[in-house]
Design a protein around this ligand. Sequence first.
Ligand SMILES: Cc1cc2nc3c(=O)[nH]c(=O)nc-3n(C[C@H](O)[C@H](O)[C@H](O)COP(=O)(O)OP(=O)(O)OC[C@H]3O[C@@H](n4cnc5c(N)ncnc54)[C@H](O)[C@@H]3O)c2cc1C
Length: 444
Amino acid sequence: MAKNQTYSHVIQANSNKKKNIKLGILMYNTRSNQNLIHSNHVMKTDQTFVSNERLKVKVLIVGLGPAGTACGMGLARRSISVLALDRAYFPRDKICGDALPLFAQGLVNHLGINDRAPEMLCHSEIFERGSIHAKKIMHGKSIPGWRINVDGVQTQKPCLQAVKRFDLDNWLVDCCANRQLPMRFGWQVQKMRWEETLKQWLVEGKINSPDGVKVGQFLVAAEIVVGCDGAASTIQRHCRRINDRQPHALASRFYLKSPDDLCISRNKDCLISRIDYRWPGETSYAWAFAVPGGFNCGVAAMPLPMTPTPKRGFELLQLTRDWSKEIKQLVSSSIIQPSLIHTHQDVQISTMAIPVIHPSHQQRPPAGIMLTGDAASLVDPHQGHGIDRALESGGLAASVIRQGIEEGHGPERMTQHYQARLEARTRKWRKGWQQLKCEYNEER
Ligand SMILES: Cc1cc2nc3c(=O)[nH]c(=O)nc-3n(C[C@H](O)[C@H](O)[C@H](O)COP(=O)(O)OP(=O)(O)OC[C@H]3O[C@@H](n4cnc5c(N)ncnc54)[C@H](O)[C@@H]3O)c2cc1C
C-alpha cells in the first residue's frame, strides 16, 4: 500500500441522495467472515452518516499496534471469524523511541521489510555513556563488539535498527490487509460487559470520522476479546481488580529533523545513535536514535526498584529540554537525506507513561479476555523496550486461539492456556527488575 494512503471505512456519500435516508447495510470489508447482525446508516442533515453497527464474531482484536497486528496476522485466513479494530486511522504516530529490539528486528525482517520497504529502516552504531555496561568496559572488561570511544563505549558495527512508528505500524497494518484481516478504523472501544445469557462479551464504542467527528456507534459480541489497546487499555481497565497497581516509567520524545536540525554523525554511512546515563545514581537515561531523516530523541525516567513512581511530568520535561539543547550542540553539520519525518512541528516534546512489567504479580483477566503488549504491562523496566514483547504476546495469543479452536476448547480453557504460556515467558522478562536493582545498588 502506498505511503500516506489511509484505510478508511468512510462510506462514499452520494450527494444527490435526500437527507435522512436510511442506507441499509453497507460493509467496508466485504471479505470478512463475521456475522453481521445489523447495520444501519442514516445520513444526517450535515451530510455525515450516523451508523449503528452490530456485529458478532468469535475473536475481537482491540488495537492495531504491534500487538494487535501480530495477533491479526496469526488469525487471518484461518476460517476463524475475527475482527480487528482501532480508534485511529493509519498511518498514525505513536510516541516511542523507534528502536527495534532484536526479536522485533527478526520478525519484521521475516515479514519482508528489508525487501519491501528498506527505506523505512535506519541502521546505526551505538555510543553508550554512563551505564554499568559502559563503565565495565571503560574499566578494562572487554565485551566483544564494543570499544572505548572518548568518555563512553561504542559498537564496532551498526547494530541498532530503528523505524519510525508512523511507518512501522502502518506497514504492519498493511501486512494485515494483505492477509485479508477484516479491520475497522476510527472505532474506539468505550465499554464492555459479559452477557451471561449469550455467553459473549459485548464490546461497545463510537465510530469517528478521520477528522474526529462522531459518525456512529458499534456493538460487537465476541467470545474472545484480545486487548491490544496499549498503555491506557480500556480492555484492561474493565477487567482489572481495583487495587491492582502497575509500575510505570515515564518517557518523553522529540524528533530532530535533518537537514537543518542535525546530524550527530558526519558520515551518512556511519550514523551513531546515543544512549546517555547522565544522571548519577539514577536509572534514567537520555537517547538519540538515528531514524530516516533525523533522530528520535528523548528521556526515559525508569522506575526505581525501591520507589516505583518515576519522576513527575514537569521534572521530565525540564530534563528533556536540557537534553534537546545539548543534543543540538552535538549537531555539527547536516548531510543526511532530507527529512522524511512526519511530525510537522520542530522539537515538539511529547510525554507518555510506559507500563513496565511487575516484578512479581501478573494480571489474571477473566475467561475470554487475553491482554497483550502494553495492555498487559509487559515493557522492560530497565530499558523501556516493548515492541518486541507486544509482537511476541500478540503472536502468542493468536497461536493459542488457533490451537484452541482446532482442539475444540472453549474461551475459558484458551484464556488459561494463554496465561500459562505468557507467565512462562514473562519469568525471564521479570529479570529486568533484578538488573535494575543491581545497577541502582552499584550506583549508590
Ligand atoms: C517515549 C517512549 C519510548 C519508547 N521507546 C521504545 C523503543 O525504542 N523500543 C521499543 O521496543 N519500545 C519502546 N517503547 C514502548 C513501545 O512503544 C510499546 O511497548 C509498544 O508500542 C506496545 O505496543 P502495543 O501494540 O501493545 O500498543 P500500542 O503500540 O500503543 O498500540 C495500541 C493501539 O490500540 C489503539 N487503541 C487504544 N485504545 C483504543 C480503544 N479504546 N479502542 C480502539 N483502539 C484503541 C491505539 O490507537 C493503538 O493503535 C517506548 C514507549 C514510549 C512511551
